[in-house]
Design a protein around this ligand. Structure first.
Ligand code: ADE
Length: 235
């Protein structure tokens, strides 16, 4: 099995997994200028986005995600990226709190670049199919659904986002998957996303309230799910 790169944005999402997999901190992967953290285990590296030096909160969002995964792929010899984390889920596509999905498509919902007569609009949506044998195997072995994980840089959503999320037929909404899908496509590395629902995008509660309520439970779900995903990928 080639080496796995597991990327997780938030420390709270990663912490239970770091102890479950018995990983050790390492300082050799990222240069000092980058805030990202890495942990080594048997045939795998887990990376997290670290904290923003100005506000002290986790570096969430599409830019840190792309920068972190791109840097790791440019320096290490990884055959597969496993991008794990929480997401908003769509009730209308069968998701509920705690559901796990393995995306088969990544796309953006907040990059509106409409210039008639050009392909900038399509570029903005940035759809990438994530159909590789490893993601298919994880999905079928563990009985999870696929579909589109739509990404943007906001936790909430406005009506123009809703229109694009519907056009993307989004099952899940996060803040990194589509950018990581683009990076993996550039490096020609397989991507397996593992997304756990903390809040319902088309429900009636504000996303932040449900997200904070369910973050701990989702982190525990990841702690249980990721070792099973790794087992499948070892086959
Ligand atoms: N992560 C967890 N819930 C989310 C949401 N509703 N939007 C974006 N990222 C999320």
């Amino acid at each position: 099995m080639s080496k796995l790169l597991i990327s997780i944005a938030m420390e709270a999402e990663a912490a239970p997994l770091i102890s479950a997999l018995n990983l050790s901190p390492s300082t050799s992967l990222f240069p000092k200028a980058l805030p990202f953290l890495s942990y080594e285990g048997e045939n795998l590296t887990l990376i997290t986005s670290g904290k923003d030096s100005v506000t002290g909160v986790d570096n969430v969002g599409t830019v840190p995600a792309a920068l972190m995964v791109s840097h790791a792929l440019s320096t290490g010899d990884y055959g597969t990226v496993v991008n794990c984390g929480t997401c908003g889920g769509f009730i209308k596509r069968g998701m509920s709190i705690g559901s796990v999905m393995i995306p088969s498509v990544g796309a953006f919902h907040d990059r509106r670049i409409v210039i008639p007569g050009t392909k900038f609009e399509e570029y903005g949506v940035g759809k990438r199919e994530v159909t590789n044998a490893k993601a298919d195997l994880v999905r079928s072995s563990l009985g999870y659904v696929g579909g589109c994980c739509t990404s943007g840089d906001s936790l909430d959503h406005v009506s123009t986002d809703d229109t694009q999320m519907d056009a993307n037929e989004a099952v899940a909404k996060d803040m990194e998957f589509a950018s990581i899908a683009q990076v993996c496509s550039l490096y020609d590395v397989d991507l397996v996303g593992v997304k756990v629902v903390t809040d319902l995008v088309d429900g009636d509660k504000p996303s932040f309230e449900e997200f904070m309520e369910n973050l701990g439970t989702a982190a525990k779900a990841l702690q249980e799910t990721i070792p099973r995903v790794i087992e499948v990928l070892k086959k």
